[in-house]
Design a protein around this ligand. Structure first.
Ligand code: SF4
Length: 105
């Protein structure tokens, strides 16, 4: 799958997760959750002004908290991107065929 399709799928699943939970499969929810729990402790997690800006218009805090099991972890990953590939959270973890550039997931 192309990078563009991954990005589109990731953002679509992310928005559906927030607005229309019944449109996101349990498989995608579990996939996103397990990935987010790995990324939140990764040294490559990088603060991103662009993604912070995106999150001022799109809902994210509650989604990330639900994904990472606890509020502290949610605050840690919110407004961040992957420093290896530049992809923003939380969309990256919602794309089924997306890969971790360091093969952590
Ligand atoms: S995708 Fe991989 S390299 Fe990037 S932040 Fe997550 S675990 Fe780290």
């Amino acid at each position: 799958m192309s990078k563009f399709k991954n990005i589109t799928e990731g953002w679509t699943n992310y928005l559906n997760f927030f607005y229309r939970k019944d449109h996101v499969t349990p498989e995608i929810k579990e996939l996103a959750k397990s990935r987010a729990n790995i990324c939140k402790d990764c040294p490559s997690l990088t603060a991103s002004k662009m993604w912070t800006l995106v999150e001022t218009v799109l809902p994210s805090g509650d989604v990330i908290e639900q994904l990472t099991d606890d509020k502290l972890a949610g605050e840690k990953i919110q407004g961040y991107k992957c420093g290896e590939c530049g992809c923003g959270f939380p969309a990256k973890v919602f794309a089924k065929n997306e890969k971790c550039p360091l093969n952590k997931w």
